[in-house]
Design a protein around this ligand. Sequence first.
Ligand SMILES: Nc1ncnc2c1ncn2[C@@H]1O[C@H](COP(=O)(O)OP(=O)(O)OP(=O)(O)O)[C@@H](O)[C@H]1O
Ligand SMILES: [Mg+2]
Length: 263
Amino acid sequence: MAGLYFFYMAEELLRLENIYKNFGNVKVLKDVNLNIKKGEVVALIGDNGAGKSTLIKVITGVHRPNSGKVFFKNEEVNIKSVSQSRKMGIEAVYQERALCDQQELYRNIFAGREITNSLGFLKIKQQRKEAEKILRDYIGFTSKAITVDSTVMGLSGGEKQGVAFGRSLYFNSDLIVLDEPTMGLSIQETEKVLNFVRGLKNENKSAIFIDHNIIHVYGAADRFVILDRGEVVGEFMKDEITREELVQKMIELHESGKIEVEA
Ligand SMILES: Nc1ncnc2c1ncn2[C@@H]1O[C@H](COP(=O)(O)OP(=O)(O)OP(=O)(O)O)[C@@H](O)[C@H]1O
Ligand SMILES: [Mg+2]
C-alpha cells in the first residue's frame, strides 16, 4: 500500500488546489483544482474570457493567485515570477508573448537563465555559441537569414514558436504551457506544433495546451478540462468522450453563457 501510494505521488507533476484569482472585484478564477501527471498532455478549453490564460499565468508566475496552493514535483511552491517558473522547469509557449520582440535571439533564449561566471558576469560569447547550437540542432533552422543576432521581431509566427520549443527542449523543461500556439499559423506550421505536443509524451514531459480548435485539441491531448466563467465544469479522459461529444459540450456551454448574458 505504501509502495502504491509512493508510485502515485511520483507520477504527479503539478497540482493546483483551490485557486482563486480576482482582478479588482472581478472573480476570474474560482476554486480551481487541476492535476497534471508526468507524460500527460492536458487541454484547457472554454469560451473567451473563461479564465484559461489567467490560470496558466498563475502557473508560469505572471500572476499570483489570491488564494490556493500550488504543488510542483510534490512540493508546495510559491511561484513569484516567470524566471522562477522557468528555473523550476516550466516553459511557456505563446505566439505573442513568450519572446521579447526587440531582443536578439541569443538573449531571448537565455532570458532568466543567463550563463554567468562564478562572479555573476554574463558569458555572452558562450551564450551566443549555445544559442547557435539551439537554432541549428534543436529548432532545425536552416535559413542563413536567421542568426543568433536576429531580433525576434523579424521572425514569422511559426519561427517564434520554434524558438520557444527549442528553448524548452534545450533546458529540458518538465512542463510546457502552450497558450493558443497554433493561432495564425499555416497548416504546415500548425502540424509541426501539434507534432511537438504529441512528441512530449515520449519523453515523459507534460503539457497544458490551450486551443480554441477542438480538432487540434482532441488530436493532441490525453485529457480535457473545461473552464467556464472561472470554474472547472467538466473533466474528461480522451477515452470517455468522442470529439463530436466534446464539440457538442462546448456549444452547449457557449449557448448557456449567452442566455445568461441576454437575461
Ligand atoms: N490583467 C488583467 N486585468 C484585469 N482583468 C483581466 C486581466 N487579465 C484577464 N482579465 C479578465 O479575466 C477574464 C479571463 O481572461 P482570460 O484571458 O484568462 O480568458 P481566456 O479564457 O484566456 O479567454 P480567451 O479564450 O479569449 O483567450 C476576462 O474577463 C478578462 O477580461
Ligand atoms: Mg486566453
